[in-house]
Design a protein. Structure first.
Length: 425
């Protein structure tokens, strides 16, 4: 084979597709799940703090450390199998323990994450969940377990992956602070398929919780958006009714437009993330290939009734904010056009006034020019007559000589002034 240089990222990118495998879980088992996020600037957080927090947990069990700058880890810690993943905004911990407690969803099962370690976490809990994975019995036994473990009003349950398992949850936080999921696995279902179901249930809960952060942000923004909408409508009404001068409206309109653009910029990431997380939730539910269990609502039904309205609220607020921003921009352009037209009219009036002044000045100039001809001619006639009088031999009086030279001198002065004016023009 002819040697060829590989792209420096070839192996890294190829290995990235295999970097986050599904967990492998045998039935029965207990799964505890935790997602942690910084309350502010989560995207720009110091990711070394996440890694240090993981290493702290591993050191408690004498487990091997991950590679430097690692974004995922999987390994055994004591009697638990741990999977850690670092995401754009959050980190997740999934711990799987073989067998289940006698008490369903026993809070003690979450003690794989020690309380003091949880208190030292570089962020806050977005969600946590406990999954009880047991062998599937007959439908009557499943029905009895669901009635004992979950709130009937919000319970979602479905047969998944060609009826190889039944998964259920009421999506409520129990007194210990965790979401509860039950997974009844049919005999003969492989450990990898069980692990895939567990992973998808954890992802549904995680991305549901993360997308609901957008809904919380919208609830905070809605009153202010309503105020800005009212102010913008009022300003446009004043523009229509001509109740205020455009120069007075323009600063208020620019202030409103600036605030709308600021809100849009501040919320753009959260709105975009909400849309991406919603798509993941729906995709994870779709790949479960749900089938109805005893006419109960499925996960898709639950999301359609409880989750989708919140997401639609986020999307409608995003569109409303964008529409308000566009309205403010258009109104500002119209107002600036109006101001420009008025200023153009003022400039036209000013030019007309200057033209009238120029015409008056020209007439005054002509008048002064005529007076200048008279004044210069007066002195020129005197000089010429005084100069020629001694040269006369016919005894012409000085008065007659003055009258003779007056007209030629005036003509010469007038011609000279006209020539000077033409050169200046």
């Amino acid at each position: 084979m002819t040697p060829i240089d590989d792209h420096p990222l070839r192996y890294a990118l190829a290995n990235e597709l295999h970097a986050r495998p599904f967990p492998v879980a045998a039935t029965p088992c207990t799964v505890v799940f935790l997602a942690i996020k910084k309350p502010d600037a989560a995207v720009a957080r110091d990711r070394n703090e996440d890694l240090a927090h993981l290493i702290n947990l591993l050191d408690r069990h004498g487990a091997q450390h991950p590679q430097p700058e690692a974004t995922h880890y999987a390994g055994q810690i004591g009697r638990h199998w741990l999977k850690w993943e670092q995401h754009t905004e959050f980190v997740t911990y999934t711990a799987i323990t073989q067998n289940v407690s006698d008490r369903p969803f026993n809070p003690a099962d979450f003690e794989v994450f020690p309380p003091d370690w949880l208190m030292a976490s570089p962020g806050q809990r977005v969600t946590s969940a406990m999954l009880r994975v047991v062998e599937r019995q007959d439908d009557e036994a499943v029905r009895s377990s669901l009635g004992n473990w979950f709130e009937p009003e919000s319970l979602a349950v479905a047969r998944v992956l060609d009826d190889t398992a039944i998964c259920a949850s009421d999506f409520r936080i129990d007194p210990a602070g965790h979401m509860r999921f039950a997974l009844f696995v049919s005999k003969g279902t492989g450990r990898r398929r069980t692990g895939r179901i567990i992973q998808r249930l954890c992802e549904i809960e995680t991305y549901k919780a993360m997308s609901m952060l957008g809904f919380a942000r919208v609830k905070q923004l809605t009153p202010r958006i309503g105020e800005l909408d009212g102010r913008l409508t009022e300003l446009m009404g004043q523009m229509t009714d001509n109740t205020a001068h455009p120069d007075e409206l323009l600063p208020d309109l620019l202030s409103t437009s600036t605030e709308l653009e600021t809100l849009s910029a501040q919320c753009s990431f959260r709105f975009g993330a909400t849309g991406a997380y919603e798509a993941i939730v729906n995709q994870r539910i779709e790949v479960l290939r749900e089938e109805r269990f005893e006419s109960r609502q499925s996960f898709a039904d639950f999301m359609m009734r409880r989750y989708d309205p919140a997401i639609r609220t986020v999307k409608s607020t995003e569109r409303r904010l964008q529409a308000l921003s566009d309205r403010a921009i258009r109104a500002g352009e119209l107002l600036r056009t109006r101001v420009d037209v008025e200023r153009s009219a003022q400039n036209q009036a000013l030019l007309e006034s200057m033209d009238r002044r120029a015409q008056i000045a020209l007439r005054l100039q002509h008048t002064v020019e005529g007076l200048s001809v008279v004044a210069i001619s007066f002195y020129a006639v005197t000089l010429v007559s005084d100069f020629l009088y001694p040269l006369t031999q016919d005894g012409i009086s000085q008065g007659r000589l003055t009258s003779v030279v007056t007209i030629p001198v005036i003509l010469c002065v007038w011609v000279a002034i006209r020539q000077i004016r033409k050169r200046l023009q």
